[in-house]
Design a protein around this ligand. Structure first.
Ligand code: WQD
Length: 346
């Protein structure tokens, strides 16, 4: 059975392709390589033994996307990752984010309607909850006004999907990720931020390897155990496995209704300093960092109540924070060696 994975050369996409192939699915990837690199396909093939089918084009292009679907009538499901996801960039370039993230989704949904592809797994985010009133946050928590155009595109996308399902026989599962970090145990694939990383963990590993001078910790005056913000960090492989379970749930018609939402988190919140301490413990490296002002748009603390995913999906995050940091560090070293990067700026 063939699954379309949009954004499949990206961080979460590539790890999900590996897990899909391990489960015996055929995969076709569509990616415009705007935020990933083509050699990831070979790395996936190294891991799984199978090089996924690949087409490079922009899913925001209606004609190209319609043409793709007319040439691929054996797709039984779609996992839609392809989207821009840098919160800060979305504030600076809102129209770029609304056009790319929403028009791509519209073209995917049109393709599903025209070609009767019934199953969609949508890559959503815990940002839809904003700063939750109650912690841990469950799927029943109210959706809050998005803190960024990026977060708003996730909220609007979920609404577009719900409205489309209401007037069709399509089914969808939205997976709301918390903070995906880490890398595949082979260290052949991982998070590959182009330019200066926005996210914490790639910035930590690039600092440790000498590409960045020191980590800036954005504020230690929050109402948390050590003053730094808390997040629910989840290993990208645990996250990838949840996508395979979601796809199988749809294909095997196990869904309870035609649009289901699941939080994908560990249920454990860690602060920025907890993450740094874990990295130092696991690697033996003293990480240079300084405390600076808060970053605009950051929520103080958020972590998941994963009970619904645990019971209904039969999925549970298994990997610890130490394993996440160890795998992230191994990936950073593998990438540096593969690209014979000395400690020059990237
Ligand atoms: C984590 C913590 C920062 C960098 C974002 C998106 C979310 C999802 C994951 C896509 C925060 C602190 C960070 C740094 C720091 N992406 N930090 N110094 O903002 O929780 O979530 O990425 O779905 O949608 O919003 O992740 O890694 O940027 O930040 O102190 O150099 O690390 O303040 O507390 P975030 P992050």
């Amino acid at each position: 059975m063939k699954i379309l994975v949009t954004g499949g050369t990206g961080f979460i996409g590539s790890h999900t392709v590996v897990e899909l192939q391990k489960e015996g699915f055929d995969v076709v990837i569509v990616d415009n390589l705007s935020n990933s690199q083509k050699w990831i396909l070979d790395a996936v093939a190294d891991i799984s033994g199978v090089k996924p089918e690949f087409e490079q084009f922009d899913l925001a292009d209606q004609k190209l996307t319609a043409d793709f679907f007319s040439r691929h009538n054996d797709i039984v499901g779609i996992i839609h990752f392809a989207a821009y996801k840098a919160v800060g960039e979305s504030v600076a370039k809102p129209l770029l984010y609304y056009r790319n993230n929403l028009v791509s989704l519209l073209n995917i949904l049109e393709g599903m309607m025209v070609h009767n592809i019934p199953n969609l797994v949508f890559s959503s985010s815990c940002t839809v909850y904003g700063q939750p009133d109650e912690l841990p946050v469950s799927e029943k928590a109210p959706i809050k006004k998005a803190e960024s155009p990026y977060g708003n595109t996730k909220q609007i996308s979920e609404e577009i999907i719900a409205d489309t399902l209401a007037s069709s026989n399509l089914k969808a599962i939205a997976l709301r990720y918390f903070n995906p970090i880490g890398a595949h145990e082979s260290a052949k694939i991982g998070e590959l931020p182009l330019g200066v990383p926005n996210n914490l963990v790639p910035y930590i590993t690039q600092t440790a390897i000498g590409i960045r001078q020191e980590l800036s910790v954005f504020g230690n005056d929050y109402n948390t155990h050590d003053g730094t913000p808390i997040r629910d960090y989840i290993h990208v492989v645990d996250l990838a496995k949840a996508h395979v379970i979601a796809v199988k749930r749809m294909i095997e018609k196990q869904m309870k209704n035609n649009f289901e939402v699941f939080n994908l988190g560990t249920g454990i919140g860690y602060s920025v300093l907890d993450v740094i301490n874990s990295f130092e413990k696991v690697t033996g490296i003293k990480l240079p960092y300084k405390i600076v002002d808060r970053r605009a748009g950051d929520v103080e603390k958020v972590w998941a109540n994963p009970a619904w995913s645990n019971t209904e999906l039969g999925w549970k995050a298994e990997r610890s924070l130490d394993e996440m940091m160890d795998s992230a560090w191994k990936w950073e070293n593998y990438y540096a060696k593969k690209n014979n990067i000395t400690t020059k700026k990237r």
